[in-house]
Design a binder for this molecule. Structure first.
Ligand SMILES: Cc1cc2nc3c(=O)[nH]c(=O)nc-3n(C[C@H](O)[C@H](O)[C@H](O)COP(=O)(O)O)c2cc1C
Length: 429
């Protein structure tokens, strides 16, 4: 039964245009000839059996072809493929061969499947439901493939778009470099301890002990302040706990050690922040992601991705984090970023927009790392809350800077000279 009033066609279209969707290319093959069109009506239908649907205008050429062939493929487009979407929607009239310039695979049914998209499903039509001037084709999936892991192309309000990266509401900081950097250039242990205590009092966890360099005693912190110890192995981890430092940081020399290290950590894993070196080097990406996976599964306290050589670019940081954040969940990812190229804050913003809200910094950037007080100021301007007393921290940074003013030579951050990463691409195999 139909209702009395009919919606105004333009109002209906306008409303539909406000529904955001992904974008796919639906393809088919008839008598060895391939054809394809852009479609956003792709939807998952059932897991068992594996079914998806597409909804096609009965007037379209592709509609008739799929009704005849009984097979179709759906390739999901990536954020940078709007041009391809336009071409397959018939919006680039000068293009005669929509398929040109791309590589296409086939799976079970023989329909073309786009190699450079996010992924595809290969389907056989099992139902055709009438849907007004459209037909709902339900396809049973015989093969599925996920190719690139990057952001999808979106369609909204008659325009192409991408996900906007959303900033987190809160961020947490720890200072991993101040104590070592001050101790290296100011022999006054009492002053170093006071500076560390004052940073901790602003609400930042401070690394107060580095057992990897043979420190014997932790810099004492006031009650309620949070301190951590850098350790190289589970033996040193137990030593740090005996010295009264509650949080452990363990630096892997090589991301491929992760499984072995968590096994040796055993019950200490939930107290340990594990630092993964060379985390943003593209040639180490597989090792780094595998390490993040293992560490997350072991339930470590945090996973810290370290720009060990200090050379990570914005795009490398973004590419790594886009994958690693999801793999790490629910374990928080922390990043340790450098500021030697004075792009440290932009890198931090990139990390924030990629879903990271834990940072390792150093007051005044004394060891080349991003400066704690700079990051606090940035967070304040973009409404990301931190439990840190930013005003107190700013004063403290100024105090440290003035005291060290006569020593202009900022020492380089100590970098691990382990044999990892492999020098050449492909050295691992
Ligand atoms: C973003 C976008 C999504 C589209 N989604 C669909 C869809 O789901 N169903 C449909 O019938 N047409 C859809 N179209 C329109 C077809 O892509 C267009 O009519 C195309 O030229 C059909 O190709 P053909 O005429 O070769 O069959 C969409 C177009 C765009 C730009």
């Amino acid at each position: 039964m139909r209702g009395g009033a009919m919606v105004d066609a333009a109002a209906f279209r306008d409303m539909l245009s406000q529904w955001p969707s992904g974008v796919t290319i639906v393809t088919t093959l008839v008598d060895g000839v391939r054809h394809g069109m852009t479609a956003s009506s792709f939807s998952s239908v059932s897991l068992s059996p594996p079914l998806v649907s597409i909804c096609l205008d009965r007037k379209l050429y592709t509609h008739g072809l799929i009704a005849d062939s009984g097979v179709f493929g759906v390739s999901v487009l990536a954020k940078d493929q709007a041009e391809l979407a336009r071409r397959f929607a018939g919006m680039v009239p000068e293009v005669t061969d929509r398929f040109a310039g791309e590589t296409w695979s086939t799976a079970t049914t023989g329909v073309p499947l786009l190699d450079s998209g996010l992924g595809w499903v290969d389907c056989t039509v099992v139902h055709q439901h009438p849907g007004g001037d459209h037909t709902i084709f339900v396809g049973e999936v015989s093969a599925a493939h996920t190719a690139r892991r990057t952001a999808p192309l979106l369609f909204h309000s008659r325009g192409w778009g991408q996900f906007a990266d959303v900033l987190p509401d809160v961020a947490a900081l720890s200072d991993s470099g101040l104590v070592a950097a001050l101790a290296a250039r100011d022999g006054d242990a009492a002053w170093v301890a006071e500076a560390a205590a004052r940073v901790a009092a602003t609400g930042i966890r401070v690394r107060v002990l580095d057992l990897t360099t043979g420190d014997a005693a932790a810099v004492p912190l006031p009650d309620g302040a949070s301190g951590s110890a850098l350790v190289a192995d589970p033996g040193q981890a137990r030593q740090a706990l005996d010295l009264g430092v509650p949080t452990l940081e363990l630096a892997l020399a090589d991301p491929r050690e992760a499984a072995q290290v968590v096994e040796r950590l055993g019950p200490l894993a939930p107290r340990t922040s594990v630092i993964v070196p060379h985390a943003f080097l593209p040639r180490c990406a597989d090792d780094v992601l595998a390490a993040v996976h293992v560490l997350s599964g072991a339930g470590v306290l945090e996973i810290c991705l370290d720009d060990t050589a200090g050379e990570a670019t914005l795009l490398e940081i973004r590419a790594t984090l886009q994958e690693a954040v999801g793999v790490a969940r629910p374990v928080p990812l922390r990043v340790s970023l450098e500021d030697r190229d004075r792009l440290g804050l932009v890198k931090a913003l990139t990390a924030l927009k990629s879903g990271v809200n834990h940072f390792d910094t150093t007051l005044v950037g004394l060891d080349g790392a991003l400066a704690t007080e700079d990051l606090i100021r940035l967070l304040g301007t973009i409404d990301v809350h931190t439990p840190v007393d930013g005003a107190a921290l700013g004063l403290l940074a100024e105090h440290v800077r003035r005291r060290l003013a006569d020593r202009a030579d900022l020492p380089a951050r100590r970098h691990d000279l382990s044999p990892y990463p492999p020098d050449h691409v492909g050295a691992a195999g």
